[in-house]
Design a binder for this molecule. Structure first.
Ligand SMILES: [Zn+2]
Length: 417
C-alpha cells in the first residue's frame, strides 16, 4: 500500500456493517450501530455503540458499510470497443460470420497493437475510475491482446503504471496464451514454444506479472498445451489461472486441480467430478455470470458448487467482446437472481473469496489486522446492492483509512497524481 492511501480514521454511525466472518467459508458477521477504527491503513477495532475518539472521524449517518470489492477477472486494457460486433450478434450472427466481418478477439489484438502505451494507460485509468465508483479497490487485469513480445510487455507496463497512479490496486496477469496470433496461425505449439514460454520467464523475472493465465478451449489451446504453459509458470514461480470449460467440457477444470492453479474460471460446462477436484486441490472457482448474460447462455452452477463446499468467487470478465460489463454490482445481482446465491454469499464471493483467488489474504473482510478498505452504501443494508440493480448505491470508498471516492464531492475520485 502506498503512503498516499494510508491513514487513520474512525468511521462511525454505521447502521449495518456486514462482513465475511472469522469462521471462514461462507460465515458472515453483522454489526448494528457500528464503528470501525483504522490506524496506519489497517483496521484495529470493529464494534457496536459509542466509538472511541479519533482525530479524523467520518459519521455515515446510519448507512450500511461492507468491505471493498475485489474483481478477480478482467481484460481492462484494450485498444478499442466492439459495439459493431455486438449489434451483429443481437441480430443473430454466429461466431463464424463475426470473424468473416473482421470481428472477434483478433480485432482487439489489431487495435491494441496499434495503440500507444499512453493511450492505453489513459483508457485503463478511466476504467479504474468506474470500477472505484462501483466499490472495487482490488482488480485483476490480464494482458492477452498483444500476443507478441513487444505488445504483451506494453500491456503489462500499462497495468504496472496504473497501479502507481490509481487507488484501485491492479493485480497483473500474463495471458499470452489467450489466442494464436495471425503470424502463428495453425501453429499453436510454435507460438507457445517461441513466444509464450520465453515471456513467462521474462515477466516473472521483471515482476511485471503475478499470475499466468491460459485460454483452454477446443479450437484455441488444448489441455496438453495449457499444461505446458501452466507448468512453465509454476517453474518460474508464478501461480496459474485458467479459462476453463466455458463453451464445452474439455478437461480444463481437471487440469487446474492437477497443476494446482490459484483459480479456474468460467466453468459453465465443467463436469461435477472435476469441480469436486477443485475443492480438494484448493483451487478457487471464479464465476463470471455477466458473460452468460451478454451471450444469452446458461449460467454456471453456483448453487450446486456452494452446496458441494466450493468457495466460489465472482468477477466481471470486463472485456470489449463477450462481456463489456464493468459494474461488479450488476454481477452481484445476476449471481443472486440467475444463479440462486444468497445476498450474503454474493458478498463473500466478491470480497474474501475473490481476494483469496488473487493471494490477497490481507483484505476481503472488515476485521482487526486487515486493510481498512470499506464501502459506504447509500442504503440501509447490503441486500440493496442486489435488490436495486443499476442504482449508484456506492456513496464513499475508503482505502487504508483514506477517502478515495465520494460521490457527492467535487472531483469525487482521488488519484495520487
Ligand atoms: Zn476472460
Amino acid at each position: 500500500m502506498t503512503d498516499a492511501f494510508t491513514g487513520d480514521l474512525v468511521v462511525c454511525g454505521i447502521g449495518e456493517l456486514t462482513t465475511p466472518g472469522p469462521g471462514g467459508g461462507w460465515d458472515t458477521r453483522t454489526y448494528r450501530n457500528a464503528y470501525v477504527v483504522i490506524e496506519g491503513g489497517t483496521v484495529t477495532e470493529v464494534g457496536e455503540g459509542s466509538p472511541p475518539d479519533g482525530d479524523r472521524v467520518l459519521d455515515v449517518d446510519g448507512r450500511a458499510v461492507v468491505p471493498a470489492f475485489c474483481d478477480p477477472h478482467t481484460h481492462a486494457v484494450f485498444g478499442d470497443w466492439r459495439a459493431r460486433e455486438f449489434a451483429l450478434r443481437l441480430r443473430g450472427a454466429d461466431y463464424k460470420e463475426i470473424l468473416t466481418e473482421g470481428g472477434g478477439i483478433l480485432e482487439t489484438v489489431s487495435a491494441t497493437r496499434a495503440s500507444e502505451e499512453e493511450e492505453l494507460l489513459d483508457e485503463l485509468l478511466r476504467h479504474l475510475d468506474v470500477m472505484l465508483s462501483c466499490g472495487v479497490l482490488t482488480c485483476e487485469v490480464k494482458s492477452g491482446y498483444g500476443l507478441d513480445r513487444a505488445n504483451e510487455i506494453k500491456m503489462l507496463r500499462v497495468i504496472s503504471r496504473a497501479n502507481s497512479e490509481h487507488p484501485v490496486e491492479v493485480v497483473p496477469t500474463f495471458l499470452g496464451a489467450h489466442a494464436v496470433p495471425p503470424e502463428w496461425r495453425g501453429d499453436p505449439d510454435g507460438y507457445i514454444e517461441n513466444v509464450v514460454l520465453p515471456l513467462i520467464d521474462e515477466v516473472a523475472g521483471s515482476g511485471l506479472a503475478e499470475f499466468v493465465d491460459v485460454f483452454c478451449e477446443p479450437g484455441v489451446f488444448t489441455v496438453q498445451q495449457s499444461r505446458v504453459v501452466l507448468e512453465a509458470a509454476r517453474e518460474a514461480g508464478l501461480d496459474g489461472r485458467i479459462h476453463a470449460d466455458e463453451m464445452e467440457a474439455a478437461g480444463g477444470t481437471q487440469l487446474a486441480a492437477d497443476v494446482g492453479c490459484a483459480s479456474a474460471e468460467h466453468l459453465l460446462a465443467a463436469p461435477e467430478d472435476e469441480l469436486r477436484s477443485l475443492r480438494e486441490a484448493g483451487v478457487t472457482p471464479v464465476l463470471l455470470p455477466g458473460t452468460a448474460f451478454m451471450l444469452q447462455k446458461p449460467y454456471a452452477r453456483a448453487r450446486w458448487m456452494i452446496d458441494e463446499g466450493l468457495d466460489v468467487a465472482l468477477g466481471t470478465d470486463f472485456n470489449p467482446g463477450s462481456c463489456p460489463i464493468i459494474d461488479i454490482k450488476l454481477i452481484m445481482s445476476l449471481a443472486a437472481i440467475q444463479m440462486s446465491m444468497t445476498p450474503a454469499e454474493v458478498m463473500v464471493a466478491v470480497t474474501r473469496n475473490a481476494a483469496q483467488s488473487l493471494n490477497r489474504d490481507d483484505r476481503g473482510a472488515i476485521a482487526p489486522g486487515l486493510c481498512g478498505d470499506l464501502v459506504v452504501l447509500d442504503a440501509p443494508d447490503h441486500v440493496h446492492l442486489i435488490y436495486r440493480p443499476g442504482a449508484p448505491l456506492v456513496r464513499q470508498v475508503i482505502r487504508g483509512g483514506v477517502l478515495v471516492y465520494d460521490r457527492y464531492a467535487d472531483g469525487c475520485i482521488m488519484r495520487s497524481v
